[in-house]
Design a binder for this molecule. Structure first.
Ligand code: 5RP
Length: 227
């Protein structure tokens, strides 16, 4: 099974978890896109009645283009279910997220949900977090300060650039991303607390104790991991 096939499989499986009348959080990234497409198909074909909040402008647009009702957290502050991808999934469902630069809104939407389900292909399962660079979202003005502080912590931050190299990438909230190439994160709780204590940091991509279920697609189909 290719990685894209695995993403499509798990996206479809996650869409089956959604029930009529639910308030649903839509994640961001290529796996979430598969989920949103599968959910959109259910809305169109089965007349499933749901309301959604999305974790990025891109997912908002995609959902609406598929005929889904996508509103703001202001209109729908409590969600039944949030479904999103991840860059790494470690034991206990400790996650690194933010490869798609949406970590801030993703963490907000995940926090508004009763249940957070992660959808990944099996390449995302790791014994320890940290091979994937840890994204940190930073207020523009604070960039030099935060960069120095993260470097002092040995986290090796690099400013994320646009793909064409024309300038720094800006998040949906108009902040910068520093990707920390730190290697294995021995104690994610400690690292999360250290990063959070830096003035100018808006959010980091460590999602700890948030997800309760991971759906993992691989050659054997979809496996469930519980926190
Ligand atoms: C976006 C994210 C994504 O969920 C994460 O990067 C995984 O993306 P993909 O499903 O494309 O591999 O955190 O900010």
């Amino acid at each position: 099974m290719t990685q894209d096939e695995a993403k499509a499989l798990v996206g479809k499986r996650a869409a089956q978890m959604v029930e009529n009348g639910m308030a649903v959080g839509l994640g961001t990234g290529s796996t979430s896109r598969m989920f949103i497409q599968a959910l959109g198909a259910r809305v169109q074909n089965e007349g499933l009645k749901i309301r959604c909040v999305a974790s990025s402008d891109a997912s908002t647009e995609l959902g609406r283009s598929l005929g889904m009702e996508v509103v703001t957290l202001n209109e729908l502050p409590e969600l039944d279910l949030y479904i999103d991808g991840a860059d790494e999934v470690a034991p206990g469902l400790a996650l690194i997220k933010g490869g798609g630069a949406a970590l801030l809104r993703e963490k907000i939407v995940a926090s508004a949900a009763k249940q957070f389900v992660v959808v990944v292909d099996s390449t995302k399962i790791v014994p320890h977090l940290g091979k994937f660079p840890l994204p940190v979202e930073v207020i523009k003005m604070a960039l030099p300060l935060v960069e120095r502080r993260l470097a002092d912590l040995g986290l090796n931050p690099k400013l994320r650039m646009l793909k064409d190299g024309s300038g720094p990438l800006l998040t949906d909230e108009h902040n910068y991303i520093l990707d920390c190439h730190c290697g294995v994160i021995e104690d994610p709780e400690v690292t999360a607390a250290e990063i959070r204590s830096i003035v100018g940091v808006v959010e980091h991509g460590l999602f700890l104790g948030m997800a309760s279920l991971a759906l993992v697609a691989g050659d054997d189909g979809v496996q469930e991991l519980h926190s």
